[in-house]
Design a protein around this ligand. Sequence first.
Ligand SMILES: Nc1ncnc2c1ncn2[C@@H]1O[C@H](COP(=O)(O)OP(=O)(O)OP(=O)(O)O)[C@@H](O)[C@H]1O
Length: 340
Amino acid sequence: MKIRLNDVVKTFDTFRAVHGVSLEIESGELVALLGPSGSGKTTILRMVAGLEYADHGHIYFGDEDATDIPVRDRGVGFVFQHYALFPHMTVAENIAFGMKVSKVKRTPEAIRDRVEELLALVQLSGLGERFPGQISGGQRQRVALARALAVDPRVLLLDEPFGALDANVRRDLRRWLRKIHDELGITTLFVTHDQEEALDLADRVVILDKGNIVQEGTPEEVCRAPQNAFVMKFLGDANALPATVRDGKAYVQDIAFDAPDLKDGPADLLFRPADVSWRESGDGVPAQILRVLDRPDSRRVLARTTGGQSIEFDTAPEFPHKKGEQGFLDIRRPRVYATT
Ligand SMILES: Nc1ncnc2c1ncn2[C@@H]1O[C@H](COP(=O)(O)OP(=O)(O)OP(=O)(O)O)[C@@H](O)[C@H]1O
């Protein structure tokens, strides 16, 4: 089922949470809505679900205007971070619940078979008789997904489903979710504020800031070609140095970087910690090492330029230089954005 949002606006009292968002999610695609807290992700998801109405614009399910489709007929399955399972029902009863109240009548045997099938799908066979309090948080979220899948949704909406779990469990669950998505191919909209989660999982990532889409594209496109400083900073660690653009070059303390598309004026030079090398001599940006931090497979160096800017960069664990040493920063793959 293809979903299309066309110039959708949502205002709460006087606060505009979503500003004219247009977006297409192809049938079978897994799209992540990614953005900081308050950027409008959940509001967009709730409008697709029919739990909230747009003030302006339209949402289409296939060719049909969703406004005309009642919530229970939209064929939407949800998993929310805090959408708790019913604590007094067993795991199997939780999964069966939607099938029992559905308009589609199923025999008790058909429901039992489907519950077994779903338990196997979410790798929880044998745990059907447990209560939610007797399984782990990660297992509970897998049950929540099985419950959402039970009624054969056409669209799956996931709002920070792994938000409350610790980092390792989250990583396992998102790889697992991607596998299930590849098996079932249900159109899925996934909300997260975790960049790595979005990049790991999604076919396409939609980045939001203050209710606007600031960039959308494949994980590769948004990582390799961030269209503005917000996206560059939001997607990972980024260093920033003030620069001045003159005749297609951005100058930082007399060192020139290519900036062919920018007009003359103030700009920011942004670059990743992995794209900096330390030189004892040469023509990089002069700096001094402030601290060297050890990581399991690398070293993170904190330095300060002679202009007073803090810079962080990553090196091999063998990096021999120490606090207080002076040298030069060789910056690769910088991106230059006009100062806004
Ligand atoms: N029912 C409501 N009444 C008033 N304001 C609301 C309501 N729901 C959301 N908002 C506001 O709309 C903005 C967007 O909220 P939304 O929950 O969509 O953001 P989000 O990107 O999902 O954030 P988070 O990651 O924190 O969940 C926020 O500023 C929020 O306070």
